[in-house]
Design a protein around this ligand. Structure first.
Ligand code: BES
Ligand code: MN
Ligand code: ZN
Length: 504
């Protein structure tokens, strides 16, 4: 979608549609009041007749509103003014875009970005509006033989109250668009079926990104990983006919601006779980909903999406994406329960359940991350069903060996409306991973399943500040809206924006 920013009054807009908000019960927003005044109280009349009470989610499309230069006016219900917060704002934008898409309007001017929200600045409102708009018009129809109708809404103008805010708003718009583009990449990769989105496909995607954005890209194949001693990762790949890959994509932006030197100038490494299909392996999963295990590479997708966002924004920092990627399949050559493998770190692992494969590929990727002397390492993984039980589909599970990092990520999630919630990583839980035959087992039992998985990873993250985001409940939706969400690209993008000093 094409975006622009403007300040001005609604009655002067020569556009296909002007969008203004109405609070519940029947209270006009400032922009709606302006429309009402020039139109001889047309809106007040409509509202008095009971056609729009301002309930959240409601809309009313008006034609030929007197004295307006636009073709249509769209009223969007905002709910009660005192309850109008972050979430309600995002919902109002989405409702507006969805409705606009169903009208004949190919462009619109949105006055909703002028609505006051507690503690939220103009740049925040603009950034969120761009993200929410793109998210709403997204369709995944690559595999439909009849494509959906061509997108109706093509141009969106977002308004601000003061001209003096134009420069910061433009900057926020650029950020919002870049985040939306990272989210879109993550959603697309996530939605692609497992027979298309293989480890090789992810590697090719990374190589294309490298060409497009001038990044350094390295793809390690099985023999190179054998030489490095990544036997934990490779044990997961043993049952698959698809060759495993370790993708390393490096964005170098730190030299582009004179920011502070020191620890915060060291690269950030993002590690993404890239299981392109998780059958469970020999510890085979039950059949119901197994198709959703094509989404088991959503960590990888989010990491690549975030890298794209950062490259588009040209942030002044160094960022490395590491993606261990393979299928997890049963076969005569597959890893068996009871097998013992030696990880790249030298620590030995007894594989008691081949379905706990995410940690087996991530641990070697974490060890590999050491060579970048990172300031911070964040892994992103659809790691445990237990995390879905703990937090549902609302919050991403947040684990960290560094308090400051944990707080920064939780805060970034709040800012981005892509929240994560802290979970414990106390040593007390480490006993769950005891093995009679190796340094550790790869499972810790049903109780605290997401914590024992994080504890497992923590043993490979001793040399840096590290956080682990368990996105098992947030990376995709099931049911009628089945599809990848692109989370936690917004969270990661906000964290990196802040780190680069580009977030107000
Ligand atoms: N990819 C799954 C986790 C998962 C399951 C995410 C369902 C979202 C929905 C992961 O590889 C897995 O299978 N984990 C096991 C671990 C267990 C064997 C210790 C799980 O959560 O059941
Ligand atoms: Mn699994
Ligand atoms: Zn998995």
């Amino acid at each position: 979608m094409e975006f622009s920013i403007k300040s001005g009054s609604p009655e002067k807009q020569r556009t296909a549609c002007v969008v203004v908000g109405v609070f519940e019960p029947r209270k006009l927003s400032l922009a709606a009041e302006l429309v009402d005044n020039v139109s001889g109280h047309y809106l007040s009349d409509v509202i008095r007749r009971g056609d729009m009470d301002g309930k959240a989610g409601s809309t009313l499309l008006l034609h030929n509103v007197p004295s307006m230069l636009c073709d249509r006016v769209l009223l969007v219900g905002l709910g009660k003014e005192k309850d109008f917060r972050d979430k309600e704002y995002g919902a109002a934008i989405r409702t507006a875009i969805k409705t606009l898409n169903d009208t004949g309007a190919s462009e619109a001017t949105l006055f909703l970005t002028e609505l006051a929200i507690k503690k939220r600045s103009v740049p925040w409102r603009i950034r969120q509006a761009a993200m929410a708009a793109e998210e709403t018009v997204y369709r995944f129809d690559e595999f439909k033989s009849k494509k959906g109708e061509a997108r109706r809404l093509r141009k969106l103008t977002l308004t601000i109250e003061r001209r003096s805010e134009l420069a910061v708003a433009e900057e926020a718009l650029r950020q919002g668009k870049a985040i939306a583009s990272g989210v879109e990449l993550a959603r697309r990769l996530g939605n692609l079926p497992g027979n298309v989105c293989t480890p090789s496909y992810l590697a090719e995607t990374a190589q294309q990104m490298a060409v497009e954005h001038g990044l350094e890209c390295q793809i390690l194949d099985r023999t190179e990983m054998e030489t490095l001693g990544m036997n934990s990762f490779l044990s997961v790949a043993k049952g698959s006919a698809q060759p495993p890959k370790l993708i390393v994509l490096h964005y170098k932006g730190a030299g582009t601006e004179n920011t502070d030197k020191g620890a915060r100038n060291k690269p950030v490494v993002l590690v993404g779980k890239g299981i392109t299909f998780d059958s469970g392996g020999i510890s085979l999963k039950p059949g119901a909903d197994m198709d959703e295990m094509k989404f088991d590479m959503c960590g990888a997708a989010a990491v690549l999406g975030t890298l794209q966002t950062v490259a588009e924004m040209k942030l002044p920092l160094d960022l490395v994406a590491i993606v261990p990627t393979t299928e997890n399949m049963p076969s005569g050559t597959a890893c068996k329960p009871g097998d013992i493998v030696t990880s790249m770190s030298g620590q030995t692992i007894e594989v008691l359940n081949t379905d706990a494969e995410g940690r087996l590929i991530l641990c070697d990727a974490l060890t590999y991350a050491e060579r970048f002397t990172p300031g911070t390492v964040i892994d992103v993984a659809t790691l445990t069903g237990a995390c879905v039980i703990a937090l549902g589909h609302v919050a991403t599970g947040l684990f960290a060996n560094d308090e400051g990092l944990s707080r920064e990520l939780a805060h970034a999630g709040d800012e981005a409306l892509d929240r994560a919630w802290p979970m414990p990583l106390w040593d007390d839980y480490q006993d769950l991973l005891k093995s009679n035959f190796a340094d550790m087992a790869n499972i810790g039992g049903r109780a605290a399943g997401s914590v024992s998985a994080a504890c497992f990873l923590s043993r490979f993250a001793k040399k840096f500040a590290w956080a682990h985001l368990d996105i098992a409940g947030t990376a995709w939706k099931s049911g009628a809206d089945k599809g990848a969400t692109g989370r936690p690209v917004p969270l990661l993008a906000h964290y990196l924006l802040k780190r680069a000093g580009k977030l107000g």
